[in-house]
Design a protein around this ligand. Structure first.
Ligand SMILES: Cc1cc2nc3c(=O)[nH]c(=O)nc-3n(C[C@H](O)[C@H](O)[C@H](O)COP(=O)(O)O)c2cc1C
Length: 173
């Protein structure tokens, strides 16, 4: 067997080098990139870039994603009735960057459609999952959200891929 690039036994104390090594190892796993959106109590659109999205169950139709406890939007997502998972297309890395930033108006210049519960549906995506905010579970420094898919659609478009800390196309993987 080849020598591993890095091999770590996780120590009880979570020092920075250990966390970096774990992040590098987890980053080997290729994911798509989504923007999860909702409408705040004051009607403002809210959204952030998320790659922790995954399928959970077909019957009932459930998905999962996780939100950092440090997010300023934690309370908004905790309390909302619906959110939308927008699956980004290959040409939307700029949207991933924008929604991963602390920009004041992440929706500037975008004209999203309004989904269930008013959750913004971004144009040009590969797929959309409109979800009821069914359950939340503790997950260390993140909160896990289980969404019940109430409406979805998808297009034949190439998805954006995230792997090894970089955006990629399927053909690069
Ligand atoms: C590719 C990518 C995937 C990300 N996935 C997640 C995630 O699953 N959960 C999360 O809480 N933050 C994730 N982030 C970080 C957030 O997008 C980033 O912290 C953002 O500023 C959060 O927005 P907010 O500060 O308005 O809540 C990801 C960032 C990138 C670039």
């Amino acid at each position: 067997m080849n020598k591993p690039i890095e091999a770590f036994h996780i120590a009880p104390s979570s020092e920075a080098a250990g966390q970096r090594a774990l992040r590098n190892a987890l980053g080997v796993f290729a994911t798509g990139v989504t923007v999860v959106t909702m409408r705040g109590a004051g009607g403002e659109p809210i959204g952030l870039t998320v790659n922790s999205f995954n399928a959970v169950s077909l019957d009932p139709p459930l998905i999962v994603w996780s939100l950092s406890l440090a997010s300023p939007n934690l309370e908004s997502f905790r309390g909302c009735g619906h959110y939308a998972v927008n699956v980004l297309a290959l040409d939307q890395a700029w949207l991933s960057q924008r929604f991963a930033s602390r920009e004041a108006d992440k929706f500037a210049g975008l004209e999203p459609k309004s989904g269930l519960g008013g959750a913004p549906l971004l144009t040009g995506c590969c797929a959309w999952f409109e979800c009821a905010n069914q359950a939340q579970h503790a997950g260390g420094d993140h909160l896990l959200f289980i969404g019940r898919v109430e409406r979805h659609s998808h297009h034949r478009k190439e998805p954006l891929v995230f792997q090894g800390g970089r955006y990629r196309a399927l053909r690069d993987v």
